[in-house]
Design a protein around this ligand. Structure first.
Ligand code: S3P
Length: 169
């Protein structure tokens, strides 16, 4: 059984939609960021602060390797995970990649009060979202499916995904 892998930018609803998919399909959900936090015993923001992004990416790569080795799971990834070509290849090998997308403005409204996103914590947050979205577009474009999530609830997005993927996983 193939994994269903949710990829896409921060604030596009990967975690919430992943939970709904897991319930509907009665499949385990593996969230890469939570795997890292559990293993390290601290939050992503703290890892970024104390050891920096390069170290976080190494931990992320390890967690992706482990998650991609499973079968028939719903995997939810951090927004930067598929920027690494090795991560992208591994996830694709065992899974169908669904990219959740949203406009910069929607993302901004969803993340502006969040304190756990080290890449978007200060300065011109909307500008940074736009810059990162553009830089990451070629990576997200490699997903098998892309869904726009602006104005949609996680339950609705999950339903659309299930319809699109019927018979494919
Ligand atoms: C990141 C996204 C975050 C988390 C880390 C880095 C990114 O996950 O992995 O803060 O590079 O886009 P979410 O997409 O779940 O917020």
């Amino acid at each position: 059984m193939r994994n269903i892998v949710l990829v896409g930018f921060m604030g596009t609803g990967k975690t919430s939609v992943g939970k709904v998919l897991g319930q509907r399909l009665k499949r385990p959900v593996m969230d890469i960021d939570r795997m890292i936090e559990e293993r390290e015993g601290r939050k992503i923001a703290e890892i970024f602060e104390k050891e920096g992004e390069v170290h976080f990416r190494a931990l992320e790569k390890e967690a992706v390797r482990e998650a991609a080795a499973s079968q028939g799971a719903v995997l939810t990834t951090g927004g930067g995970a598929v920027v690494d070509p090795e991560n992208l290849a591994r996830l694709k090998e065992t899974g169908i990649l669904v990219c959740l997308a949203a406009s910069a403005e929607t993302i901004y409204s969803r993340v502006k009060n969040s304190k756990h996103r080290p890449l978007l914590k200060e300065g011109d947050v909307l500008g940074e979202i736009k810059r990162l979205l553009e830089a990451r577009a070629p990576f997200y474009a490699q997903a098998d499916y892309t869904l726009q999530t602006d104005g949609q609830s996680p339950v609705y997005v999950a339903k659309v995904i299930l319809k699109k993927l019927q018979g494919k996983y």
